[in-house]
Ligand binder design. Sequence first.
Ligand SMILES: [Zn+2]
Length: 147
Amino acid sequence: MEQQEQEGTGNNNECLVCRVTYSIYSNFPPMPSAMALNVETDEFFPQDVLLSYSTGHQMAAALGYSWACNCRGRKALAALTAKDRIHDEQYTLKDADGRVMRDTYYTVRLPSGALVHGITDKLGRTKRYRTSGAQSIYIYLGHTQEA
Ligand SMILES: [Zn+2]
């Protein structure tokens, strides 16, 4: 059902979702310890992997909302507001190769700004954290005092 995927052809052919995604993340500085969240699978992966993508569409796919994308013949503009719900979630940390990161120190920055330390379990899972939106929680590797 997909047409051709043209990589690295710039933003002009991308929909608003993809262009906004690209404009946000293409300006992020490299942060080796920062993790990005795939909201579809609740899995965190290295943010630097996200930043390595050359199109907003690839970024949106990695973040788990490419289904909101409208630039490949898809329709789904309501998507981005679907996260306005209470989440009581636990997350899985994966490295750049997709392997789960077990027994790994991490720091969660909650929507309140509070930093909470934890260690993943044998399956790479964090503790459960309650948020009001999937986008409002951040995870960093290590136990940091500021994030
Ligand atoms: Zn798009």
